[in-house]
Ligand binder design. Structure first.
Ligand code: GDP
Ligand code: IMO
Ligand code: MG
Length: 431
């Protein structure tokens, strides 16, 4: 038995949803351990497109248990809407297949309002480019010990006390930003109305997972975002507000770190980023446009155009270390079809000094210019390839060079959005 963690190894949108869906055939339980509905995961199964934000990507496989862990921040209204939408697509959701950790902090409407008001008030250069979904303020309240958590929904007196504690903090903040005070009664009414719809899924997830593990069940931990958006190891402050790296899988559900056997890093064959912040290998030219067009690089959550650039081996080598990546799933290789020449960023020039990692200081990150090596591209199509034999020689060379540069083997290769257009090299779940 092995348990696998899937983490994004770049700035998100690496194709985690597709790979988690594919891998979930081999798993018994799929658990989200951080982030919220800032995530946007697109799955394509026999031509049908499923878009998920908060629900684990394993839900579309019948008979698997999906879990939302305590490391997540949960917008209950969004979740109910997401469940409704996916049910309309014919996916069954019930307490038998979905559990939410009782100690999960909630995202309230006031969090989204604060998130958006701050972004609007930000001066040039300080705007983060958030998804506006209240993720940052909700995590702030969690560490500030003023969250309303799932379990609080069950007791009216506790719920009132929690809301009052939160408002003590939020009302002065809102005043400063010129937003009107919170309507306490309306918020409580909204919470009381949604409570039963959330509580039916509430469970002591730490306990359930421990029992599953002891029974020999396989757990797939599904990360959201990417390691470069990690609150500690990302391009701070242009990051999300949670730990994204693989170590978070343990704390985000309440299982010991020894439960993690394999870390699968999700890596796109080039680089994209949504939102503000440094991006050394970014392309503001026809090649960048072409990557965006061929790769359909528009955000699932906000519809924003993703910034595109060449593959940055330096960054991925770094994130493979911070997440302890065992092997990678390399996605979207097909998007590179037809480029005459491909470039790979192998290091940075910082004020005349060559670096083999991205420095921590924001001003230095912004000044790093990429050092590239070039490789010949291929004119043949790799789209939909399901074996190495179907790949052109130069595509194989490109993949091999990436493995060398990041010090990590390719375990899976993805060649289209479709579930089954996936080449298995090493099974992460194999004992
Ligand atoms: P996630 O946030 O990591 O789950 O990734 P997203 O779903 O936001 O973005 C990845 C996009 O690429 C989705 O639209 C997928 O359907 C698509 N995709 C995934 N793998 C591949 C692939 O190998 N080739 C192509 N062309 N598209 C892919
Ligand atoms: P998935 O799971 C890409 C980015 C936002 C912004 C920053 C902070 O689909 O890979 P937040 O709303 O989290 O406070 O925004 O993080 N961001 C993502 N970028 N993919 C995601 O998720 C992201 N989730 C957040 O664009 O730059
Ligand atoms: Mg996404």
């Amino acid at each position: 038995m092995a348990n696998v963690v899937v983490v994004g190894a770049q700035w998100g949108d690496e194709g985690k949803g597709k790979i988690v869906d594919w891998l979930s055939e081999r798993a018994d339980v799929i658990a989200r351990f951080q982030g919220g509905h800032n995530a946007g995961h697109t799955l394509v199964i026999d031509g049908t497109v499923y878009k998920l934000n908060a629900l684990p990507s394993g839900v579309v496989r019948g008979g698997k248990l999906s879990i939302i862990g305590n490391g997540v921040v949960l917008d209950p209204w969004h979740l109910v809407e997401e469940i409704r939408a996916i049910q309309e697509q014919g996916v069954e959701i019930s307490p038998e297949v979905l559990m939410i950790a009782e100690n999960t902090p909630l995202i309230l409407p006031i969090h989204g309002e604060l998130d958006r008001a701050r972004e609007e008030a930000a001066s040039k250069g300080t705007k983060i480019g958030t998804t506006g979904r209240g993720i940052g303020p909700a995590y702030e309240d969690k560490v500030g010990r003023r969250s309303v958590r799932v379990a609080d929904l069950a007791d009216p007196a506790t719920l009132e006390a929690r809301v009052d504690r939160a408002l003590q903090h939020h009302d002065p903040l809102r005043k400063g930003l010129g937003i009107k005070a919170v309507n306490r009664e309306a918020l409580l009414d909204q919470l009381r109305a949604i409570a039963p719809e959330i509580l039916r899924y509430a469970a002591p997830v730490w306990k359930v997972l421990n029992e599953k593990r002891r029974a020999g069940k396989r757990i797939l931990f599904e990360g959201a975002q990417g390691a470069l958006l990690d609150i500690d190891f990302g391009t701070y402050p242009f990051v999300t507000s949670s730990n994204v790296i693989a170590g978070q899988a343990a704390t985000g559900v309440g299982i010991g770190p020894g439960a993690i056997d394999y870390v699968l890093g999700l890596v796109k064959a080039y680089t994209t980023r949504v939102g503000e912040g440094p991006f050394p290998a970014e392309l503001n030219d026809a090649d960048g446009e072409r990557l965006g067009k061929r790769g359909h690089e528009f955000g699932t959550t906000t519809g924003r155009k993703r910034r595109c650039g060449w593959f940055d081996a330096c960054l991925v080598r770094q994130t493979c270390v911070t997440s302890g990546v065992t092997g990678i799933a390399l996605t979207k290789i097909d998007v590179l079809d037809g480029f005459e020449t491909l470039k790979i960023c192998i290091g940075y020039d910082l004020d005349g000094t060559r670096l083999d990692y991205l420095p921590t200081a924001a001003d230095q990150q912004a000044r790093c210019t990429p050092i590239y090596e070039e490789m010949p591209g291929w004119s043949e199509s790799t789209e939909g390839a399901r074996s190495w034999a179907e790949l052109p020689g130069n595509a194989v060379k490109y993949v091999r060079r990436i493995e060398e540069l990041i010090n990590c083997p390719v375990a899976l290769l993805s060649t289209s959005p479709e579930r089954d257009d996936t080449i298995l090299v090493t099974d992460p779940f194999a004992d």
